[in-house]
Design a protein around this ligand. Structure first.
Ligand code: PLP
Length: 420
C-alpha cells in the first residue's frame, strides 16, 4: 500500500497534488511519501515481532537520502552500509553506530579503519583475506571488530541475473563448503569477535522458497560450526523481499516472510538480523516527469518522450525492470506507446508497446515504485543534472535533495594551463 492516489482526478502524494510539486521544483523529480515509509517500516517490524529481539538494518543503498534515513532511524532502524560514504550518511541521519552493519565485497583498509573508529556494530566479512586484514587493522588500533562471515549458500534466487547474489558463481561471500573452516580459523585471530554468519541471496525475490532453502542451509552450518567448538550468537539473513511493480508480481508479504523465518529458525538460539531495502522503500516513491512530446513511431505505436531518462531511473535499462507509468491527470482515454527518455541510447527506453493513459506534450506522469534503487543510481550522463528529491508529509512537502545543475558539475572540471 502507498499514498499516491487520485483525488478529484489529480494524482496526489498524500495530500499534495503532484502538479504543485512539478510547478515548484520542476521535473524530473523523485517524490517520496513519509507515511508510506513509516507504514512499511512498521509492517516489516511487526512481521518479525514473534522473534526474540531481531535487529533490523535498512539497506541504505536502496535509498540513501538523509531525510529518508532520519525517518527510519526514528522507527528504530539501523543501517546496512556498503561504503564509508553510506556509513557517514547513517551516522548523519542519527542512526546509532552500534546498529550499523558494514557489508560489501571490497571494503578498503581505510574504510575498515574508519568504521572501527566509529565503533560500528558488525562487519559482514566476505572472504578469509578480508577477515585477516580486518584483524590486523583492528588489533593495531586496539579495537575488537564484531564480525559475521558472509556465506554463499549456492541457491538460485530466481530473480534477474544482475541482482542475484547467492549462486556459487556470484562474487559474494565464501563458498558454503569452506565456510566452517574459515570461520574457525578467523575465530583464532586477534582483534576479531567472530560471532555469526550472514547471507543475502538476491533482490526482488517474489517467492519464499529460495530464501527458505538458503536459511535451512545456514541453520545446518550454525550446528556444524558449533560442533567445531566455536560460538555462533548472530545470524544475519539479509534482505531481498520483492515488491509489486506490476499486477503480475505477487511477492510474499512481510507477514508470510516473518512466519517462515520464525519456523525455520525456531531452534537456532541466536539473535537474528535483517537487511531490508526495497520492501521498505520501493513503493514509497515515484518519479514525476513531464511529456516533452509525442513522436510518431516507425511501427504502429508512437514514442512518448518524457523528460526523465535512464540517468535518472536506471532500472529499466539495467535490469529490464517494469515501472507502471500513469498520467497525473488522466483523461480517461488510453493509447499504446513506447515510453522513452531523451538520452542518446536505445537503452533509454522505459517501456515498449505499453498500454497507458493518453498523453500529449506537456502532460505530467509518474513512474511508480521508484523509491528504491531510483535516485541513488542516478548519473549525469549526457550532461544532465542530478535529479532532485522531495519528501511529502500530509499537506506539506520539502526538497530533501536539491537538483545538481549541469553548471555545478561543469564548475568542478578544469582545463590545465598546459592545454592552451
Ligand atoms: C542490496 C543488499 C540488501 C538489500 O536488498 P533488498 O533487495 O533491497 O532488500 C541487503 N543486504 C545486502 C548485503 C545487500 O547487498
Amino acid at each position: 500500500m502507498d499514498h499516491f492516489e487520485l483525488k478529484n482526478g489529480v494524482l496526489h502524494a498524500e495530500d499534495v497534488p503532484l502538479p504543485i510539486i512539478a510547478a515548484e521544483v520542476e521535473t524530473p523529480v523523485y517524490v517520496y511519501s513519509r507515511a508510506t515509509f513509516v507504514r512499511h517500516a512498521r509492517v516489516f517490524k511487526e512481521a518479525l515481532a514473534r522473534l526474540d529481539n531481531p535487529h533490523i538494518a535498512f539497506a541504505i543503498k536502496a535509498n540513501p537520502n538523509l531525510a529518508v534515513l532520519r525517518i527510519l532511524a526514528k522507527e528504530g532502524y539501523g543501517a546496512d552500509v556498503v561504503s564509508a560514504g553510506e556509513l557517514d550518511r547513517a551516522l548523519a541521519a542519527g542512526m546509532k553506530a552500534q546498529d550499523i552493519v558494514f557489508s560489501g565485497v571490497g571494503k578498503t583498509a581505510s574504510e575498515m579503519a574508519h568504521a572501527l573508529e566509529q565503533d560500528i556494530g558488525q562487519f559482514n566479512v566476505e572472504s578469509e583475506e578480508e577477515g585477516i586484514e580486518l584483524s590486523a587493522i583492528a588489533a593495531a588500533m586496539g579495537k575488537t571488530a564484531n564480525i559475521a562471515l558472509r556465506i554463499n549458500p549456492d541457491v538460485d534466487a530466481g530473480t534477474h541475473a544482475k541482482i542475484s547474489t547467492g549462486k556459487a558463481e556470484n562474487k559474494f561471500g565464501v563458498p558454503f563448503h569452506k565456510a566452517k573452516a574459515i570461520y574457525l580459523r578467523l575465530s583464532r585471530l586477534p582483534g576479531l569477535n567472530v560471532r555469526g554468519i550472514a547471507l543475502h541471496i538476491g533482490s526482488q525475490l517474489t517467492s519464499l522458497s529460495p530464501l527458505e532453502a538458503a536459511f535451512i542451509k545456514a541453520g545446518g552450518l550454525v550446528k556444524d560450526i558449533r560442533g567445531g567448538g566455536a560460538a555462533v550468537t548472530h545470524v544475519d539473513l539479509g534482505g531481498g523481499l520483492g515488491v509489486t511493480y506490476s499486477g503480475k508480481d505477487n511477492p510474499p508479504s512481510p507477514a508470510d516472510y516473518g512466519e517462515m523465518v520464525a519456523r525455520v529458525t525456531a531452534h537456532w538460539d541466536v539473535q537474528l538480523m535483517f537487511e531490508p531495502g526495497r520492501v521498505i522503500a520501493g513503493n514509497a516513491g515515484v518519479l514525476l516527469t513531464q511529456v516533452i512530446r509525442v513522436k510518431p513511431g516507425g511501427g504502429n505505436a508512437p514514442f512518448i518522450v518524457v523528460d526523465a531518462a535512464m540517468n535518472d531511473l536506471a532500472r529499466p535499462a539495467m535490469y529490464d525492470a517494469y515501472h507502471e507509468f500513469v498520467a497525473v491527470q488522466p483523461n480517461g482515454r488510453h493509447m499504446t506507446a513506447h515510453i522513452v527518455g531523451p538520452v542518446c541510447e536505445t537503452g533509454d527506453t522505459f517501456a515498449m508497446h505499453r498500454e497507458t493513459d493518453e498523453f500529449a506534450a506537456g502532460d505530467l506522469a509518474i513512474f511508480r515504485t521508484a523509491g528504491a534503487y531510483g535516485a541513488t543510481m542516478a548519473s549525469t550522463y549526457n550532461s544532465r543534472g542530478l535529479v532532485p528529491e522531495v519528501l511529502v508529509d500530509g499537506d506539506r512537502f520539502a526538497v530533501v535533495a536539491e537538483r545538481i545543475k549541469p553548471a555545478t558539475i561543469l564548475a568542478a572540471e578544469h582545463v590545465p594551463d598546459w592545454l592552451d
